[in-house]
Design a protein around this ligand. Structure first.
Ligand code: SAM
Length: 221
């Protein structure tokens, strides 16, 4: 998501360090207490924050953290959340940094659900390693997920989806949910992201998978 530099973005983020966190190492292992949530959800690549905001509203008993590395985009998300008087920030925060640093901020076994919504597809082969579902990321997720934890991925991109299915299977995950047309049916339990809305309007199918660590394989190994 490239956009022109917004002059107000950096000062806005700087003015709200309590909500738009840059390197929250002090919260490692403490997120559920801090956000008073029984289940911790982390969305990597939050974009302008629509999903995080809607899901925080729908599930106030859960804790929600969105990670966005582009400061211009994160500032839009941050402003939307802080300036909506009907929105409670009690159970949610933004981290404005690269999700590759996840291990600096979360303890092993701390995260219950990792959400990857319409992640950048990085179509050229030499850029595949930057994909948020690539092997190096899956190794980190495996460490940080709770025993029953999962990665939930939605995308419009068939090629990214097919490749990701392989990445998950090759790295010891298995699937508990799988759809090649998730929005064919109503899913009121799951908010529609900004990108998802665009693809739905174009009539494109939405691919979804929910991956958990395949414990049967782990004990066999
Ligand atoms: N999830 C949103 C949606 O569905 O509307 C935004 C999708 S947009 C295509 C992908 C977003 O992920 C961009 O805003 C990009 O900056 C962010 N992103 C990509 N790689 C990231 C990373 N390693 N860490 C944090 N954010 C990342």
């Amino acid at each position: 998501m490239r956009m022109r530099k917004k002059k107000w973005a950096e000062p806005y983020l700087d003015a709200h360090p309590e909500y738009a966190l840059s390197d929250p190492r002090e919260l490692k292992g403490q997120w559920k207490t801090f956000l008073k949530g029984k289940t911790l959800h982390v969305e990597i690549g939050t974009g302008k924050g629509d999903y995080l905001m809607e899901m925080s509203r729908m599930y106030p008993e859960d804790a929600w953290v969105g990670i966005e590395k582009e400061h211009n985009v994160a500032a839009i998300a941050c402003r939307k959340m802080l300036e909506d008087e009907t929105f409670s920030t009690e159970n949610n925060r933004l981290i404005v940094a690269d999700g590759a640093n996840l291990e600096d901020w979360f303890e092993a076994g701390e995260i219950d659900v990792i959400h990857l919504n319409f992640s950048d597809p990085w179509p050229k082969k030499y850029t595949h390693k930057r994909r948020l579902s690539s092997e190096s990321f899956l190794r980190i997720y495996e460490k940080l997920l709770s025993p029953e934890g999962c990665v939930r991925m939605k995308t419009d991109n068939q090629s990214l989806f097919e490749d990701s299915v392989l990445y998950f299977l090759q790295n010891g995950f298995t699937f508990t949910e799988f759809s090649v047309n998730f929005r064919r049916n109503e899913h009121p339990e799951d908010a529609i992201t900004e990108y998802e809305k665009r693809f739905m309007e174009l009539g494109q199918p939405i691919y979804l998978l929910k991956a958990v660590i395949d414990r049967s394989k782990k004990t066999e190994d």
